[in-house]
Write a protein that binds this ligand. Sequence first.
Ligand code: GRG
Length: 286
Amino acid sequence: MEMALDRILGADTVAGETERPARLVAAMRHAALGGGKRLRPVLMRETARAYGRDDGGVLIAAAALECIHCYSLVHDDLPAMDDDDMRRGRPTVHKAYDEATAILAGDALLTLAFDLIASDTVHAEAAVRLRLSRDLARAAGLGGMAGGQMLDLESEHRQRSEAEIRTLQAMKTGALIRYATRSGAILAGASDEDVARMTRFGELVGLAFQLADDLLDVQGDAAILGKAAGKDAAAGKATLVALKGVDWTRRTLDELVREADGLLASLGARAEVLSAIARYVADRSA
Ligand code: GRG
Protein backbone atom coordinates (compact mmCIF):
# COMPACT_ATOMS: atom_id res chain seq x y z
CA MET A 1 0.00 0.00 0.00
CA GLU A 2 2.83 2.36 0.93
CA MET A 3 4.54 1.89 -2.44
CA ALA A 4 1.29 2.19 -4.38
CA LEU A 5 0.35 5.45 -2.64
CA ASP A 6 3.88 6.76 -3.05
CA ARG A 7 3.64 6.18 -6.80
CA ILE A 8 0.08 7.52 -7.13
CA LEU A 9 0.97 10.67 -5.18
CA GLY A 10 4.10 11.38 -7.20
CA ALA A 11 4.97 14.72 -8.74
CA ASP A 12 4.56 13.53 -12.34
CA THR A 13 1.32 14.41 -14.09
CA VAL A 14 -0.98 11.77 -15.57
CA ALA A 15 -3.05 12.08 -18.76
CA GLY A 16 -5.47 15.00 -18.52
CA GLU A 17 -3.42 16.92 -15.94
CA THR A 18 -1.25 19.89 -16.88
CA GLU A 19 0.44 20.49 -13.53
CA ARG A 20 0.55 19.10 -9.99
CA PRO A 21 1.18 21.97 -7.58
CA ALA A 22 4.15 20.91 -5.43
CA ARG A 23 2.69 22.23 -2.17
CA LEU A 24 -0.56 20.34 -2.68
CA VAL A 25 1.28 17.14 -3.60
CA ALA A 26 3.40 17.52 -0.45
CA ALA A 27 0.34 18.06 1.76
CA MET A 28 -1.43 15.04 0.24
CA ARG A 29 1.66 12.91 0.79
CA HIS A 30 1.85 14.13 4.37
CA ALA A 31 -1.76 13.00 4.83
CA ALA A 32 -1.49 9.63 3.12
CA LEU A 33 2.07 8.37 3.66
CA GLY A 34 4.15 7.49 6.68
CA GLY A 35 1.67 6.15 9.18
CA GLY A 36 -1.70 4.62 9.71
CA LYS A 37 -2.78 1.05 10.27
CA ARG A 38 -4.12 0.65 6.69
CA LEU A 39 -7.02 -1.30 8.13
CA ARG A 40 -9.45 -0.60 5.29
CA PRO A 41 -7.10 -1.50 2.40
CA VAL A 42 -5.93 -4.61 4.25
CA LEU A 43 -9.53 -5.71 4.76
CA MET A 44 -10.32 -5.15 1.09
CA ARG A 45 -7.28 -7.02 -0.16
CA GLU A 46 -7.71 -9.91 2.27
CA THR A 47 -11.38 -10.29 1.34
CA ALA A 48 -10.55 -10.30 -2.36
CA ARG A 49 -7.75 -12.80 -1.69
CA ALA A 50 -10.09 -15.05 0.27
CA TYR A 51 -12.33 -15.21 -2.82
CA GLY A 52 -9.43 -15.83 -5.17
CA ARG A 53 -8.23 -12.45 -6.46
CA ASP A 54 -4.92 -10.84 -5.53
CA ASP A 55 -3.48 -8.43 -8.11
CA GLY A 56 -2.57 -4.82 -8.84
CA GLY A 57 -6.16 -3.88 -9.64
CA VAL A 58 -7.25 -4.71 -6.11
CA LEU A 59 -4.31 -2.66 -4.83
CA ILE A 60 -5.53 0.37 -6.80
CA ALA A 61 -9.07 -0.02 -5.41
CA ALA A 62 -7.62 -0.35 -1.91
CA ALA A 63 -5.56 2.82 -2.47
CA ALA A 64 -8.75 4.63 -3.52
CA LEU A 65 -10.41 3.69 -0.25
CA GLU A 66 -7.37 4.74 1.77
CA CYS A 67 -7.36 8.12 -0.01
CA ILE A 68 -10.94 8.69 1.16
CA HIS A 69 -10.04 7.67 4.70
CA CYS A 70 -7.01 10.00 4.73
CA TYR A 71 -9.08 12.89 3.36
CA SER A 72 -11.61 12.37 6.16
CA LEU A 73 -8.87 12.56 8.79
CA VAL A 74 -7.42 15.76 7.29
CA HIS A 75 -10.81 17.46 7.35
CA ASP A 76 -11.74 16.00 10.73
CA ASP A 77 -8.57 17.53 12.25
CA LEU A 78 -9.37 21.06 11.01
CA PRO A 79 -10.15 23.79 13.55
CA ALA A 80 -13.78 23.86 12.37
CA MET A 81 -14.12 20.18 13.32
CA ASP A 82 -12.00 18.42 15.96
CA ASP A 83 -9.21 21.00 15.95
CA ASP A 84 -6.37 18.54 16.45
CA ASP A 85 -2.68 19.46 16.24
CA MET A 86 -1.26 15.95 16.00
CA ARG A 87 -2.17 12.83 14.03
CA ARG A 88 -0.16 9.60 13.72
CA GLY A 89 2.55 11.18 15.86
CA ARG A 90 3.07 14.09 13.48
CA PRO A 91 1.56 17.57 13.05
CA THR A 92 -1.81 17.49 11.32
CA VAL A 93 -1.87 18.73 7.73
CA HIS A 94 -3.23 22.19 8.61
CA LYS A 95 -0.47 22.56 11.21
CA ALA A 96 2.30 21.38 8.90
CA TYR A 97 0.96 23.54 6.03
CA ASP A 98 -2.08 25.78 6.51
CA GLU A 99 -5.85 25.44 6.67
CA ALA A 100 -6.54 26.26 3.03
CA THR A 101 -3.92 23.75 1.89
CA ALA A 102 -5.39 21.10 4.22
CA ILE A 103 -8.89 21.65 2.82
CA LEU A 104 -7.55 21.36 -0.72
CA ALA A 105 -5.45 18.29 0.11
CA GLY A 106 -8.58 16.61 1.49
CA ASP A 107 -10.60 17.61 -1.57
CA ALA A 108 -7.91 16.33 -3.92
CA LEU A 109 -7.59 13.01 -2.05
CA LEU A 110 -11.36 12.54 -2.19
CA THR A 111 -11.54 13.18 -5.91
CA LEU A 112 -8.40 11.14 -6.61
CA ALA A 113 -10.19 8.16 -5.06
CA PHE A 114 -12.84 8.25 -7.81
CA ASP A 115 -10.18 8.59 -10.47
CA LEU A 116 -8.47 5.46 -9.08
CA ILE A 117 -11.60 3.34 -8.67
CA ALA A 118 -12.49 4.05 -12.32
CA SER A 119 -9.14 2.57 -13.52
CA ASP A 120 -9.43 -0.21 -16.09
CA THR A 121 -7.15 -2.39 -13.97
CA VAL A 122 -9.63 -2.35 -11.06
CA HIS A 123 -12.04 -4.52 -13.03
CA ALA A 124 -12.35 -5.45 -16.68
CA GLU A 125 -16.12 -4.79 -16.70
CA ALA A 126 -17.25 -1.16 -16.71
CA ALA A 127 -20.49 -2.14 -14.94
CA VAL A 128 -18.50 -3.49 -11.99
CA ARG A 129 -16.35 -0.35 -11.84
CA LEU A 130 -19.53 1.73 -11.87
CA ARG A 131 -20.99 -0.33 -9.03
CA LEU A 132 -17.79 0.06 -6.98
CA SER A 133 -17.76 3.78 -7.68
CA ARG A 134 -21.37 4.36 -6.69
CA ASP A 135 -20.98 2.23 -3.55
CA LEU A 136 -17.89 4.27 -2.65
CA ALA A 137 -19.74 7.57 -3.13
CA ARG A 138 -22.53 6.32 -0.90
CA ALA A 139 -20.14 5.06 1.77
CA ALA A 140 -18.25 8.36 1.86
CA GLY A 141 -21.08 10.82 1.34
CA LEU A 142 -24.41 12.06 2.58
CA GLY A 143 -25.80 8.76 3.79
CA GLY A 144 -22.37 7.51 4.88
CA MET A 145 -19.26 9.03 6.43
CA ALA A 146 -19.97 12.74 5.81
CA GLY A 147 -23.57 12.35 6.95
CA GLY A 148 -22.42 10.45 10.04
CA GLN A 149 -19.94 13.20 10.85
CA MET A 150 -22.80 15.72 10.65
CA LEU A 151 -24.91 13.66 13.06
CA ASP A 152 -21.91 13.35 15.37
CA LEU A 153 -21.33 17.11 15.39
CA GLU A 154 -25.01 17.64 16.21
CA SER A 155 -24.67 15.24 19.16
CA GLU A 156 -22.76 17.94 21.00
CA HIS A 157 -26.05 19.78 21.38
CA ARG A 158 -28.49 16.95 21.99
CA GLN A 159 -28.84 13.62 23.74
CA ARG A 160 -28.79 10.55 21.48
CA SER A 161 -30.57 7.22 21.99
CA GLU A 162 -28.74 3.91 21.53
CA ALA A 163 -30.38 3.42 18.12
CA GLU A 164 -29.31 6.90 17.02
CA ILE A 165 -25.72 6.32 18.16
CA ARG A 166 -25.63 3.01 16.28
CA THR A 167 -26.88 4.71 13.13
CA LEU A 168 -24.43 7.59 13.27
CA GLN A 169 -21.48 5.30 13.99
CA ALA A 170 -22.46 2.90 11.21
CA MET A 171 -22.40 5.92 8.91
CA LYS A 172 -19.38 7.81 10.23
CA THR A 173 -16.85 5.01 10.68
CA GLY A 174 -18.73 1.86 9.71
CA ALA A 175 -19.50 2.74 6.10
CA LEU A 176 -15.89 2.73 4.84
CA ILE A 177 -15.07 -0.51 6.68
CA ARG A 178 -18.24 -2.10 5.29
CA TYR A 179 -17.18 -0.92 1.83
CA ALA A 180 -13.74 -2.50 2.30
CA THR A 181 -15.01 -6.05 2.71
CA ARG A 182 -18.01 -5.69 0.39
CA SER A 183 -15.93 -4.34 -2.47
CA GLY A 184 -13.22 -6.94 -1.83
CA ALA A 185 -15.82 -9.63 -2.50
CA ILE A 186 -17.20 -7.78 -5.54
CA LEU A 187 -13.70 -7.33 -6.98
CA ALA A 188 -13.11 -11.06 -6.73
CA GLY A 189 -16.39 -11.91 -8.46
CA ALA A 190 -17.96 -13.52 -5.39
CA SER A 191 -21.61 -14.63 -5.56
CA ASP A 192 -24.39 -12.28 -4.38
CA GLU A 193 -24.73 -14.41 -1.27
CA ASP A 194 -21.02 -14.08 -0.49
CA VAL A 195 -21.06 -10.34 -1.20
CA ALA A 196 -23.93 -10.01 1.30
CA ARG A 197 -22.02 -12.17 3.80
CA MET A 198 -18.86 -10.05 3.53
CA THR A 199 -20.91 -6.85 3.68
CA ARG A 200 -22.28 -8.04 7.03
CA PHE A 201 -18.77 -9.06 8.13
CA GLY A 202 -17.61 -5.49 7.42
CA GLU A 203 -20.53 -4.06 9.38
CA LEU A 204 -19.57 -6.16 12.40
CA VAL A 205 -15.89 -5.20 12.13
CA GLY A 206 -16.91 -1.54 11.76
CA LEU A 207 -19.02 -1.68 14.88
CA ALA A 208 -16.21 -3.43 16.79
CA PHE A 209 -13.72 -0.81 15.53
CA GLN A 210 -15.86 2.05 16.82
CA LEU A 211 -16.59 0.38 20.17
CA ALA A 212 -12.89 -0.36 20.69
CA ASP A 213 -12.05 3.23 19.75
CA ASP A 214 -14.54 4.60 22.26
CA LEU A 215 -13.22 2.21 24.89
CA LEU A 216 -9.65 3.36 24.24
CA ASP A 217 -10.80 6.93 24.55
CA VAL A 218 -12.44 6.30 27.94
CA GLN A 219 -9.48 4.28 29.20
CA GLY A 220 -6.96 6.82 27.96
CA ASP A 221 -8.72 9.67 29.65
CA ALA A 222 -9.41 7.71 32.82
CA ALA A 223 -5.70 6.91 33.02
CA ILE A 224 -4.71 10.52 32.48
CA LEU A 225 -7.42 12.31 34.39
CA GLY A 226 -8.54 9.65 36.83
CA LYS A 227 -12.13 9.79 35.57
CA ALA A 228 -14.26 7.47 33.47
CA ALA A 229 -15.09 9.86 30.66
CA GLY A 230 -13.05 10.24 27.50
CA LYS A 231 -12.49 13.16 25.16
CA ASP A 232 -15.55 12.38 23.07
CA ALA A 233 -17.77 11.97 26.11
CA ALA A 234 -16.30 15.11 27.64
CA ALA A 235 -16.99 16.95 24.39
CA GLY A 236 -20.59 15.75 24.57
CA LYS A 237 -20.18 13.31 21.69
CA ALA A 238 -22.38 10.26 21.63
CA THR A 239 -20.76 6.90 22.35
CA LEU A 240 -22.21 3.54 23.31
CA VAL A 241 -19.51 3.19 25.97
CA ALA A 242 -20.78 6.34 27.68
CA LEU A 243 -24.38 5.10 27.41
CA LYS A 244 -23.97 1.40 28.24
CA GLY A 245 -20.73 1.18 30.22
CA VAL A 246 -17.35 -0.51 29.88
CA ASP A 247 -18.43 -4.05 30.86
CA TRP A 248 -21.25 -4.09 28.32
CA THR A 249 -18.81 -2.82 25.67
CA ARG A 250 -16.26 -5.56 26.37
CA ARG A 251 -18.96 -8.25 26.27
CA THR A 252 -20.37 -6.82 23.05
CA LEU A 253 -16.94 -6.76 21.43
CA ASP A 254 -16.55 -10.48 22.17
CA GLU A 255 -19.99 -11.21 20.72
CA LEU A 256 -19.21 -9.19 17.59
CA VAL A 257 -15.99 -11.08 16.97
CA ARG A 258 -17.77 -14.42 17.45
CA GLU A 259 -20.52 -13.43 15.01
CA ALA A 260 -17.94 -12.15 12.51
CA ASP A 261 -16.00 -15.42 12.80
CA GLY A 262 -19.18 -17.38 12.15
CA LEU A 263 -19.61 -15.58 8.83
CA LEU A 264 -16.15 -16.73 7.75
CA ALA A 265 -16.79 -20.43 8.40
CA SER A 266 -17.47 -21.34 4.77
CA LEU A 267 -14.11 -19.81 3.71
CA GLY A 268 -12.12 -22.14 5.97
CA ALA A 269 -8.36 -21.51 6.08
CA ARG A 270 -8.67 -18.80 3.41
CA ALA A 271 -10.25 -16.54 6.05
CA GLU A 272 -7.56 -16.92 8.71
CA VAL A 273 -6.21 -13.41 8.20
CA LEU A 274 -9.70 -11.85 8.14
CA SER A 275 -10.51 -13.62 11.38
CA ALA A 276 -7.29 -12.34 12.97
CA ILE A 277 -8.08 -8.79 11.81
CA ALA A 278 -11.53 -8.91 13.43
CA ARG A 279 -9.94 -10.03 16.70
CA TYR A 280 -7.22 -7.37 16.43
CA VAL A 281 -9.78 -4.62 15.81
CA ALA A 282 -11.72 -5.59 18.94
CA ASP A 283 -8.64 -6.03 21.14
CA ARG A 284 -6.47 -3.22 19.86
CA SER A 285 -4.72 -0.94 22.28
CA ALA A 286 -3.81 1.88 19.88
C1 GRG B 1 -14.55 15.02 7.74
C2 GRG B 1 -16.27 14.04 6.16
C3 GRG B 1 -15.44 13.92 7.36
C4 GRG B 1 -15.54 12.82 8.08
C5 GRG B 1 -14.71 12.51 9.22
C6 GRG B 1 -13.90 9.17 10.07
C7 GRG B 1 -14.17 10.55 10.52
C8 GRG B 1 -15.24 11.26 9.82
C9 GRG B 1 -13.49 11.15 11.48
C10 GRG B 1 -12.42 10.52 12.22
C11 GRG B 1 -12.56 10.86 13.65
C12 GRG B 1 -12.10 9.77 14.43
C13 GRG B 1 -10.71 9.87 14.97
C14 GRG B 1 -12.92 8.75 14.64
C15 GRG B 1 -12.56 7.58 15.40
C16 GRG B 1 -12.44 6.39 14.54
C17 GRG B 1 -11.44 6.61 13.47
C18 GRG B 1 -11.98 6.74 12.10
C19 GRG B 1 -10.16 6.62 13.74
C20 GRG B 1 -9.11 6.76 12.74
O1 GRG B 1 -9.05 5.61 11.93
P1 GRG B 1 -7.79 4.62 12.02
O2 GRG B 1 -7.56 4.23 13.46
O3 GRG B 1 -6.66 5.60 11.56
O4 GRG B 1 -7.98 3.51 11.05
P2 GRG B 1 -5.22 5.28 10.96
O5 GRG B 1 -4.37 6.43 11.40
O6 GRG B 1 -4.73 3.98 11.50
O7 GRG B 1 -5.40 5.25 9.48
